[in-house]
Design a protein around this ligand. Structure first.
Ligand code: DOR
Ligand code: ZN
Ligand code: ZN
Length: 433
């Protein structure tokens, strides 16, 4: 007897409907005909995708929970079709000691509605060994905040660990950023100056350095939020040369250019900044991209209302990513198979997430049901995130998540989010240890 049977599910466009059998949180059968179950849900021919995995979110918990916390952030995730999130370590205190890591894991276990993994930060590279045993998904370093010696030392310590964890990097070169920020601050406080304060070459220099480290140290490197065409090309070359480098791109860097910074002011201020046409990578590069990650980085409107040099960078992205990408599917610019690769399969593969990312027998029953025909307009007033603003405000979209299931539990139905207990993605492995 199944716990749940989802009937009339479409797994691919143009192909017949199937029934998904779910038991103890796992997909146990994919069949033409239904089987007996405690509960049956008729999806009426809607498309079912593997639950989305966001490899890059900032839930601000602990430390800055007035901006977001694990409950509000994971509620936004469930609403947007994400069933797993990988949370960044720039908290107060930073998630860069075993104590801070365990504390955050406890908070998330209590508050998260979706499953989660945690990136660890690096403050003292000597903490890497002990922290690695707690199973972070990666070690994250903001290159704009450290020097080369620090990076080398972190990489040496990481190579001493048994687990081959990736080093996630925010690639912006500190010298270039400091130089141009100082110059631009003298010009005034128009928001448009921000793009020049952190120019494309700041990213390109850092990406070249990251690739060099990967080559020298044979270190797995994951590059966060690439935004320039040159960085993209360098990274593709590195991959073609066999280096263990992966990368992600955000929807805001894909869809928007620097003109949105002028249009929305600080509401579109991010690091790295939105790029002009000449330098940006865009949806024409989508076919070559490993991961689309949101870099969901919520702040309050009060903070955003300061002048450009003081307003914090970052935009919320969990509730806009899937509708934006489904719109591209409807427009014939993105195949459904590639959408699954960049939002489900590749994040699971790159960050070694067991039982997730694929809709197959034996996998966790993490699912998002999609209505490809449903049209809508991005409206940040409706966000579940505490951050109610978006540089995509007013964008017309077609294709919406209408139901999200985490390990067989419905956590979102028609925009309403329901209670659920999210799990640490490696909890199984820790218990076996
Ligand atoms: O825009 C950004 N916001 N970029 C970052 O690297 C950090 C993030 C944040 O934490 O707000
Ligand atoms: Zn970053
Ligand atoms: Zn980030």
């Amino acid at each position: 007897m199944l716990d749940l049977c989802l009937i009339n599910c479409k797994l691919e466009l143009g192909i017949g409907k199937v029934c998904l059998g779910i038991k103890k949180g796992k997909i146990v059968s994919i069949k033409r005909s239904p089987a007996s179950a405690h509960e049956t849900l008729d999806l009426r021919g809607k498309l079912v995708l593997p639950g989305l995995i966001d490899s890059h979110v900032h839930f601000r918990d602990p430390g800055l929970t007035y901006k977001e916390d694990f409950r509000s952030g994971s509620t936004a995730a469930a609403a947007g079709g994400f069933t797993t999130v990988l949370d960044m370590p720039n908290n107060i205190p930073p998630t860069s000691t075993p104590q801070a890591f365990l504390k955050k894991r406890k908070i998330a276990e209590k508050k998260s509605l979706v499953d989660f993994g945690l990136h660890a930060g690096v403050v003292d590279p000597h903490d890497i060994g002990l922290l690695a045993e707690l199973r972070p998904v990666s070690f994250k370093i903001f290159m704009d905040l450290v020097d080369t010696t620090f990076l080398q030392e972190a990489s040496v310590n990481l190579s001493g660990c048994d687990l081959e964890l990736p080093l996630s990097l925010h690639p912006e070169d500190p010298t270039t950023v400091h130089h141009y920020t100082r110059t631009m601050k003298k010009e005034g406080d128009q928001t448009s100056l921000y793009a020049q304060a952190r120019p494309p070459e700041a990213e390109d220099i850092a990406v070249a350095q990251a690739i060099a480290i990967s080559k020298k140290m044979k270190q797995k490197i994951h590059l966060c939020h690439l935004s320039t065409i040159k960085s993209y090309q360098m990274t593709k070359n590195a991959q073609n040369n066999g280096l263990p480098v992966s990368f992600e791109v955000t929807p805001h860097h894909l869809f928007l250019d620097a003109s949105y910074l002028e249009r929305w002011g600080n509401l579109a201020k991010t690091n790295p900044p939105l790029r002009d046409h000449e330098h940006k990578l865009g949806i024409t590069e989508l076919a070559g991209i490993d991961i689309v990650a949101t870099d969901h980085a919520p702040h309050t409107l009060e903070e955003k209302n300061q002048d450009v040099w003081n307003a914090p960078p970052g935009v919320p992205g969990l509730e806009t990513a899937l509708p934006l990408l489904l719109t591209l599917v409807n427009q014939g610019k993105l195949s459904l198979n590639h959408l699954k690769r960049i939002l489900c399969e590749n994040p699971a593969r790159i960050f070694n997430i067991p039982h997730k990312g694929f809709l197959k027998e034996g996998m966790d029953a993490d699912l998002v049901v999609v209505d490809l025909a449903q049209e809508g307009v991005i409206n940040s007033d409706k966000f579940h995130s505490k951050a109610k603003y978006s540089p995509f405000e007013g964008f017309k979209v077609q294709g919406m998540p209408v139901m999200t299931l985490v390990r067989g539990n419905v956590v979102m139905e028609e925009g309403n989010v329901l209670e659920n207990k999210g799990k640490f993605i490696y909890s199984q492995i820790n218990r076996e240890k």
